[in-house]
Design a protein. Structure first.
Length: 199
């Protein structure tokens, strides 16, 4: 029997900035995404992370915010209230972009750590479009990927503990698109990293 041909996975690095810990009571204020690469039966191929990108700033959905969370991104809620994209429009545009760049592949969101960004992204997609181009589980956490390859407990992992050759040389700016691109490079490096050399 011939082997079943695997559908490629297209990895999309996503970073969001928000004004609180959870979606609903708090708002996602910006969304950045970058195509990190594709994986099929022949292996992983990195993409130029600046080539296919997406960025939107969104109108807040509530009056609630945590000042410390808002300060991280430096985004202005008043400006976004006037100029930010309506969440319905932004999430539809994002879904269209993912489907366009992922044509013929299954898109997978990847983040560092993915848990926070995925929580907001998935909630917003379901709330404002009714579906997710990633399905309900098309999410890969770079922190877990590194911990598994390095043989370390997850809670022992931080970017500062990683070998320097894995890290992007770009700065982590807390601008969602900058950070999505930076993390796309980290992801591509992790995918081809064989793990630490053993004595």
């Amino acid at each position: 029997m011939a082997p079943r041909r695997l559908k490629p996975s297209l990895y999309v690095s996503v970073d969001i900035e928000a004004d609180g810990p959870i979606p609903g009571p708090y708002s996602m204020l910006s969304l950045g995404a970058s195509v990190a690469g594709v994986q099929d039966a022949d292996g992983f191929r990195a993409a130029d992370p600046e080539e296919r990108t997406f960025y939107r700033e969104l109108r807040p959905i509530s009056e609630e915010f945590v000042p410390e969370a808002l300060a991280v991104s430096g985004l202005d809620r008043d400006r976004l209230g006037a100029e930010g994209a309506e969440p319905v429009r932004a999430m539809r545009e994002f879904t269209d972009w993912v489907r366009e760049v992922g044509a013929g592949a299954q898109p997978v969101m990847c983040g560092y750590p993915a848990s926070y960004d995925w929580t907001f992204l998935y909630w917003y997609l379901i709330r404002f479009t009714g579906s997710s181009p990633f399905g309900h589980s098309g999410c890969l956490d770079m922190k877990t990927l590194y911990a598994t390859k390095a043989g370390l407990p997850l809670r022992a992992v931080a970017k500062g503990t990683m070998p320097r050759e894995l890290l992007s040389r770009r700065r982590h700016t807390h601008h969602a698109l900058d950070d999505a691109i930076e993390q796309a490079e980290l992801f591509a490096n992790l995918m081809v990293w064989p793990g630490p050399s053993r004595p």
